[in-house]
Each structure stands twice: as C-alpha cells, then as structure tokens.
Design a protein around this ligand. Structure first.
Ligand SMILES: C[S@@+](CC[C@H](N)C(=O)[O-])C[C@H]1O[C@@H](n2cnc3c(N)ncnc32)[C@H](O)[C@@H]1O
Length: 224
C-alpha cells in the first residue's frame, strides 16, 4: 500500500460510519430486489467488460454483492474467482444459494481497508457505494484502489443524482442514498486514482411503483 493510500485509510477511520437501517432494509427486501430490477442490461454489459478484460482465474471482489445475481454468477461463469461482501445477512443467504462457487463475507465494505481479503485483479461495485454518505465515497474509492493490483479494473455503477444521504422509500422500506451528477462523479473517480476506460448510462424505470425512475451510470475504470 502506498503512503497516499495509507493516509486515505486513516482519514476513512476518522469518519463516523452510520449504517442504521441499511442492512435491515435489505434483509427484509431479499428477493424482491431482483424482482423490482428485472432488466440488468447495463450491469451485465459492465460485468462482461470486466470479466472479458481479465485473464480467466482472476481474483474479483464484488462489493455490496446483494443476491449474487447477476454479477457474482456472471463472473464465476466467466471462470473467475469471486469474493463477495455485503452488510445484509439476508442478501448473503440468497447469494450463497445462487452462487455456491463464490466466497461470501458478511460485513461493512469500510472494513475492507484492513486488507484481510488480500489484493484483487478486479472489483465490481454495482449500486453499492451509493448507499454511503457522500463524504465517505472518495475514501471508499481510494480504498478499492488500494485493494487492486496496478492496472486492475473497477466496474462501478451509480445513480445520477445530486444528493447526500437522502432518505427515500424503497420497496416498503426507507434507505439512504447519495449520488453525483456525472461530471462530478467523473472527477471523484479520477481524484481517487482511476482512469475512465468506458462509460454508459441508461434511463431505468424499475418494475415497482415504490421505486422512482432513475438514470444509471456505469463507469469502466482502470487503476492508474
Ligand atoms: C442496491 S443493492 C445492489 C446489489 C448488487 N450489487 C446489485 O447490483 O444487484 C446495494 C447492496 O449493498 C449492500 N450494502 C449497503 N451498504 C453496505 C456497506 N456499507 N457495506 C457492504 N454492503 C453494503 C446492501 O445490503 C445491498 O445488498
């Protein structure tokens, strides 16, 4: 780990982490998450970019892995070694059933900064960092940068929105989300040490009236 990464980890440790209600909401949502978001074209394309850009057998970390579908499944089917982490025990139970070939850990992604899971060739973080308060997102990105080998890849997705720790209804529960408009998101990932190798966005209307329509942004990133 470089000196810069270490300083960023120290800064992360000084943030007050508030996860109240986040895991409980996803424990209760369970399979309804995949039912509300049945169309995963953007996520599948971003997962395919990462899966095909890495040699088979690469170590890939799936941050906020949810049910393991579609991403952990896609990466395993492409021949990679997958480690997932999620705060919600309910989501992990589904992930272990959906993708028994992967290894899953319960925990807060912030805990990854202790390096206990080793380094990775690739990381996916689909709609996971948006569950953090905004001041934490740059630290989380620096941390993922530190977990990647030089030249390693990060497939990141966020929802385009100028919000910080915003409470919103979500499938009968309340979750808190953060986001950026796309220019700022690009700046945040560059500041964290990533080059942008590709980008796509799509308008998405979830299959539930309880979730508002959203613009999803997918960034294909390389550790600079
Ligand atoms: C919107 S879902 C996305 C799930 C999956 N990545 C996908 O795209 O299908 C967000 C996931 O992140 C998990 N999560 C939220 N905050 C987290 C945190 N601080 N650390 C680890 N996982 C977290 C939630 O439990 C949930 O499973």
């Amino acid at each position: 780990m470089s000196g810069d990464d270490q300083r960023d980890y120290d800064g992360y440790a000084r943030l007050g982490l508030d996860r109240s209600g986040q895991a409980e909401a996803f424990d209760a949502i369970g399979n309804r998450y995949d039912e509300a978001f049945p169309h995963k074209e953007g996520q599948l394309a971003a997962g395919a970019w990462l899966a095909e850009s890495l040699p088979p057998g690469s170590r890939v970390l799936d941050v906020g892995c949810g049910t393991g579908l579609p991403t952990a499944r896609q990466l395993i089917d492409a021949g990679h070694e997958v480690t997932g982490i999620d705060l919600s025990h309910g989501m992990l139970e589904l992930a272990r059933a959906n993708v028994p070939e992967a290894t899953f850990h319960a925990g807060d992604l912030a805990g990854l900064r202790d390096g206990r899971l080793g380094t990775f060739d690739g990381v996916t973080a689909f709609f996971a960092l948006l569950m953090l308060p905004r001041p934490e997102i740059p630290y989380a990105l620096r941390m993922l940068h530190g977990l990647l080998r030089p030249g390693g890849l990060l497939a990141l997705s966020m929802v385009e929105a100028d919000v910080d720790d915003f409470s919103m209804p979500f499938l009968g529960h309340t979750i808190r989300v953060s986001g950026y408009l796309r220019d700022e998101l690009r700046q945040v990932v560059r500041d964290a040490g990533f080059d942008i190798a590709g980008e796509s966005s799509l308008a998405y209307a979830p299959a539930s009236t309880d979730v508002p329509p959203e613009i999803q942004i997918f960034l294909n990133l390389r550790r600079a």
